[in-house]
Design a protein around this ligand. Sequence first.
Ligand SMILES: [Zn+2]
Length: 422
Amino acid sequence: MLILIGSSMNLSAQTAKEFGTIWDEGHISNKFPSDVRHSDLKVYIEQLRKIGVSASEVGKSGAGREIYQLEFGSGPLKVFLWSQMHGDEPTATSALIDLFAYLEKNKSEPGIKDIAAKLTLRAVPMLNPDGAEGFTRVNLQNLDINRDAVKLRTPEARLLKELHNAWHPNIGFNLHNQKYLTTVGPTNAQASVSLLVVYGDAAKTTNDGIERNKRLAAAMVRALEQFIPGHIARYDDEYTASAFGDNFTAWGTPVILVETGGLYGKDESFLVKMNFVAYMTALRALATGSEKNEDPGAYLTLHENSSGGLVNFVFRSASVGGKNVDIAGVTERTRASAFQPVRIRSVGNIGKVSGLEEYDASGFNVVPRFSTLKPGELMELLFYRTARSIDLNAAGLEGTEPPDAIFSGGKWLKGEGVVPRK
Ligand SMILES: [Zn+2]
């Protein structure tokens, strides 16, 4: 048995699971990220300041909302992170709050001391507070900040570029959310986290920083695999000349893009934890230098993102107007606290599409509650056993003939369990 002695070994002893436990026990974010408005961010900022985190106002949004930059450490390697440039992509904002709270509260611990000595971190949580307020991708001018890195028509893009120019970080983390139904390559598993080491040109010219980022991304993948194996993918690698990630890399700050997706059965907070684990893993690997020994394979061999094969709900073999059909439905993305309507995606042969929830509706006539059973309409469904003899076209059917089950807003309003899960 080899016994390792010395602080340098202890410094690299923290595991992904331990980072997960640290988040479980100490996170200060206390709302679902999609419910965090700018006023909530300000509360978080005040909490951070109370524990000693440097949080300065560095600019204002188009509507005059404050944009903040957090700072930690005083080391030579400059790490810059920014979140929520798309207002409806909130997960990383809460993760950054939890990250800085953790680092500041534990700055006397050897591992954190090491991070503070080797790295300086700056982070902008919620670059697009106006978009966050409206839960929209764009800013107040209806412009996509992430397509404004060159023209700089938005105050938020100008600020982001200024923050870069004033500091020239060595590495950037561009933090986003992707669709809930984004999947991993040929599988129909949700891509809960997708990573991309971003090149600075269409020719994919590499350099030391980009190669370092591949190793770092591999370390992040290996950490995340402890929690969500099979749910990690590589973001589609397409150069976008007007996007910030690509330009940061071109400006000398190689970027890792982190896209948080969805995970059926887990809430948004779990994905905050996944972000926290990924960031801490990257920071520790940078501080200890362990990234130099990392095999980039874990990143390079990830499946790419895929889409179109997964929906939220599928009802198989339903009887509709005398025909045997499958009905697929997709949930609209809203804030966690808002009503989340489910809309019909397709009726008929849905091919290889699978559902996060699938039901065997054979033996049931399915009648739309309110409108018609066609794509785009709300998925509000009445289920009648085919053995019952009912005039399914009768006016006011739901009132005169009580259905065996009612599916409404993504839930069973009546008769849960009557239509069996597949
Ligand atoms: Zn985005």
